[in-house]
Design a protein around this ligand. Structure first.
Ligand SMILES: Cc1ncc(COP(=O)(O)O)c(C=O)c1O
Length: 434
């Protein structure tokens, strides 16, 4: 029986921890969470749940974009890491590495086509930067086309692919980066020119609202890139490692992009590691000088131990079959709640266990996060389409947890439809309430 962590670890109590957080990290963040009555402090965590230090339990349907694909503190990942701690440390990225070789082999074994090479990174933004940097070097061009409302990271080139609100506060922009609407081939066609080094897209853009593209879209993008001499980067930092029901979403789209980036879940939720995987041949960029790209913690040998275990678990056919089955039962349970005429839920977007629950208005989407929170599910709305509640349960979720998630969501939906919440929704966004 899991008992909640009784109190704080570093501070006398929760209030002291929050005061130090506000003073030393971010007062605005603290104010934001306080204003919604959501100023919890993560304490104990295990499996599909985490607890506030005061003992409130939350089913995690956010999973940090897939970091907790295998649940919190997955015992197999912990065991692999514990064993590795008896032998390894971070390692030395200047040297040749047995651990990195083993993970690169395991990682590319399940990738489509001739994606056979890997550069490791410590986080997703860095992995994206590496792909874009390589594409610029390989093509001798500087332009990058990305999707409006997409998200690829907070670092240099990855930040430049993102929306204005994530980059404009931080000074002059990198020239040559343009955005086009996702899932719109004509728009892409108009922007991919002889100056375009790369097109980068998420397999399912989460921040945009879990938009699942048309079946043929990604293959057409790959074709367009090949025709124009641009390289195609498929960002699978959220979608990879089984989240969409196959190890990589690229398999379902029938594409072999030039690059696949991965991160988040590769860490097992325990030790950060990310990777840029690419087609053999593109490694010529490192031929003259293999030391022009370095990353001290990229592929840290402890991270490699976590990643190897994650890959071993996530690539099992039974595991992927289970993801597909749970995805099906989730959509069955949720789709019956759709009521476009006069209910708040209007659409369920889904690929495998990557779900976006679309509500009628931004205000309803935002309120839904709060109602779910109060009901014991942690789920957030998509920042660039607040109507959409991102619903990412751990891939290891049990049947009874799935049932309970559906039940809680149905209850939350009923509450959202009550006059009390509808008045609040109207007050928050009067013009957009149907
Ligand atoms: C699709 C996608 N790409 C890249 C990133 C950046 O990853 P990181 O925060 O590890 O730098 C994220 C993070 O949310 C993401 O969702």
């Amino acid at each position: 029986m899991i008992s909640p962590m009784p109190d704080t670890y570093y501070f006398e109590d929760r209030d002291a921890a929050l005061a130090a957080f506000g003073a030393r990290l971010s007062e605005p963040k603290l104010r934001f969470f306080r204003s919604f009555g959501m100023d919890i402090v993560m304490g104990k965590r295990e499996g599909s749940y985490f607890w506030d230090v005061n003992g409130r339990r939350f089913l995690n349907a956010h999973c940090n974009g897939g970091v907790f694909n295998l649940g919190h503190r997955n015992p197999e990942v912990i065991q692999a890491l514990t064993e590795a701690l008896g032998r390894f440390d971070v390692g030395n990225h200047h040297l040749l590495s047995e651990a990195r070789a083993a993970v690169a082999q395991a990682l590319t074994a399940g990738m489509p086509g001739d994606i056979e090479k890997v550069v490791f990174a410590s986080g997703g933004g860095e992995a994206v930067d590496t792909a874009l940097k390589m594409a610029r070097g390989l093509t001798g061009r500087s332009g990058v086309v990305s999707a409006t409302g997409g998200y690829h990271g907070h670092t240099g080139l990855s930040m430049a692919t993102g929306d204005a609100k994530y980059r404009e506060p931080f000074g002059p922009q990198i020239p040559g980066f343009v955005q086009v609407p996702f899932n719109d081939l004509d728009a892409l066609d108009a922007e991919v020119t002889s100056q375009t080094a790369a097109v980068i897209l998420e397999a399912v853009p989460a921040t945009l609202g879990m938009v699942v593209p048309d079946t043929a879209y990604m293959a057409s993008v790959a074709e367009l890139c090949a025709e124009r001499g641009a390289l195609f980067v498929l960002d699978e930092i959220q979608t990879g490692l089984g989240r969409t029901g196959t190890l990589w979403a690229a398999e379902q789209y029938g594409v072999v992009p030039d690059f696949i980036t991965t991160g988040k879940g590769l860490s097992g939720g325990i030790y950060p590691i990310a990777a840029t995987c690419y087609r053999t041949g593109h490694d010529r960029i490192f031929e003259p000088d293999p030391f022009i790209h370095i990353s001290t913690f990229g592929g840290a040998e402890l991270g490699c131990a976590a990643a190897l275990k994650v890959l071993e678990i996530s690539s099992q056919p039974d595991f992927l079959e289970r993801v597909r089955a749970v995805g099906e039962s989730l959509s069955k349970g949720l789709e019956v709640l759709i009521n476009p005429a006069d209910g708040p839920l209007i659409e369920v977007r889904r690929l495998g266990m990557m779900l976006g629950l679309v509500h009628r208005t931004d205000a309803e989407g935002v309120l839904m996060s709060k109602i779910l929170f109060d009901s014991g599910i942690f789920a957030v709305y998509s920042n660039n389409d607040k109507r959409v509640t991102q619903f990412l349960l751990p891939l290891t979720v049990t049947d009874s947890e799935v049932e309970s998630a559906i039940e809680i969501y149905a209850g939350a939906l009923e509450r959202l439809a009550t006059p009390q919440y509808q008045t609040l929704a109207k007050a928050l966004a009067p013009e957009s309430v149907a």
